[in-house]
Ligand binder design. Sequence first.
Ligand SMILES: NC(=O)c1ccc[n+]([C@@H]2O[C@H](COP(=O)([O-])OP(=O)(O)OC[C@H]3O[C@@H](n4cnc5c(N)ncnc54)[C@H](O)[C@@H]3O)[C@@H](O)[C@H]2O)c1
Length: 326
Amino acid sequence: MARILIVGSGVVGQATGKGFAAKGHSVSYVDINPQTIATLRAAGLTAMTAAEVRWDEVDIVMLAVSTPSVNGKIVLDYIESAAIDIGYGLAQTSSYITVVVRSTVPPTTTERRITPILERMSGKRAGIDFGVAMNPEFLRAVSSEQDFARPWITVIGTTDRFTAEILDLLYAPFGALIVRCTPTEAEMIKYVNNVYNAVKISYFNEVHAICQHLGIDSRLVSAAVARSAEGMWNPLYGTRGGVPYGGACLPKDTTAFMQFVREHGWEHRMLEAAIAVNEHLAARVPAAASPDQIEDRLAAARRRDEAAARGEVLAIEVGEQEQIVL
Ligand SMILES: NC(=O)c1ccc[n+]([C@@H]2O[C@H](COP(=O)([O-])OP(=O)(O)OC[C@H]3O[C@@H](n4cnc5c(N)ncnc54)[C@H](O)[C@@H]3O)[C@@H](O)[C@H]2O)c1
């Protein structure tokens, strides 16, 4: 069983700590807020400031401090300050500690900002003297402990095999699909996850408004589409990227519905953006008539880009009836 130190003992930190404690690990908590420390202690948990940690007694650090946005820009001061404390801690022990970033941070933060701080403060090297991973959390605040206990996915971002194996063992008992990737991929997965959810909610808010204009029940429409649209129930539908939508229906129906909405003086900004994005991409890559053709078309576009980079003019077969000629 591992000795786990949670640094940043708020919603994510506590759900993480309680979840691992329930699996038999020894968990202690660090925070900068004295009230949080007092509350955790009153609940019978081990909580302290970073200065009080005995680093010889730590196997894994879970970094779950706040990363708020101010004026739209993420504030990394808290996580960097916590990384400085952990770096000092690493310097105080000869044990191998695995440092796991759980906070939501922009892609590249773990590799370009957190790891260098840990190395500078400790005088040690990541991947050799200590491990680093980015392991985003997908829980919702309203159901944090249940979500942590029953994850639907576990993403382990590390370039270091030993760290990956430690985290595989730690998370295996939770039974979720484990995705192994780099720290930057893990950070990207977390942002794309949240942005996708935000886009979906915004989309259906616009659907709701149009249904209200039409005097029809938006909950019926949305609930039916949640079952009718393949993009809803086939998780990989539309996710490959790099190829615009095509075929007999999507281009004509998106533009026709946009026109219908405009003629009534209503708004559908999500659809407007979707059409603009598709047209922009279609100017470069031919649309996919069916998802099966996507790989062929991606490969063709890649070959064309490589040829263009070499300054070559290239004709590429992309399908039975089409050719892209540069
Ligand atoms: N709340 C969620 O539903 C949720 C879900 C997934 C991911 N996240 C991400 O997880 C991270 C933590 O979110 P949260 O909701 O648990 O935040 P929170 O505000 O509830 O907790 C963060 C804790 O970190 C502490 N802290 C700040 N600086 C510190 C430092 N230098 N050393 C030690 N502790 C420090 C704060 O005092 C606070 O107790 C954020 O990056 C957030 O985006 C949150």
